[in-house]
Write a protein that binds this ligand. Sequence first.
Ligand SMILES: *[C@@H]1O[C@H](CO)[C@@H](O)[C@H](O)[C@H]1NC(C)=O
Length: 297
Amino acid sequence: MKSKTVKGNWSLRTKKFGLPSLFFICVFFFLAGFFGASLFSESQEKVYYPRPRARLLDSATEETEYNLLTSGESGDNSITLIPFQVLSWKPRALYFPNFASAEQCETIIDIAKEGLKPSTLALRNGETEESTKGIRTSSGVFISAAEDKTGTLDVIEEKIARATRIPRNHGEAFNILRYEIGQKYASHYDAFNPAEYGPQKSQRIASFLLYLSDVPDGGETMFPFENGLNMDGSYNYEDCTGLRVRPRRGDGLLFYSLFPNGTIDPTSLHGSCPVIKGRKWVATKWIRDQEQDDHDV
Ligand SMILES: *[C@@H]1O[C@H](CO)[C@@H](O)[C@H](O)[C@H]1NC(C)=O
């Protein structure tokens, strides 16, 4: 029978090769298995595990020499490196540590101090100043880059354009805000829903916040609906919850109010928690889908 023949063959072969050859065969397969596995796991690591991949990215920023191309008329003959951390994809929120220097932040605060007024709200249909009292209690001032004779806002605006990859003339003037102890901004959207605010000439795509001061306690920017949290209708718009970003002088926060398809991202709801200790200064740049007529750069 067939199975018998096979068995017979096998025993014949073992006898023929003898013990030494059997030993070498075993060693061979052991080594092949060992190195094969390590090769395999190495190639897997590069693709899937965050640690080695992060290391690769690091070395790219620190050691790589770039061979530049000839740029177009409006391009650069240098490489721009602006480090950032992805805080969330729902909403798309990115953190830019050390975006501005301490001196730049101080200069912007000095410029803003003179013009501060109580912040206002864009009113929905049917809302009045009285009915919306207490939602936004900060003081603020709008200043365009061109109005700042120190040139600081010009430099920051240019850097924001690079970080967002959206041309400068899509930005509104800087809104520079001060929150004192207890002051806050209840959760809201930066984008204007036409159903609530009426037809819009242009829409806010993204917001870039530059924190100008450290805040020892409170004052976080919060995203209460991050990753679908609190979206069951139970959320109280004053509650400081969800993804919270602590203000640190010189650091930037970018988030998108619209999905790539242009509809409003519900998870972009955000607010400013009350300041508990210290004072919060922040420069906000709202970026729109249309060029801004009044933009002077
Ligand atoms: C737009 O994109 C979002 C997120 O991908 C999706 O949930 C939504 O259904 C889209 N809306 C339209 C009108 O395409």
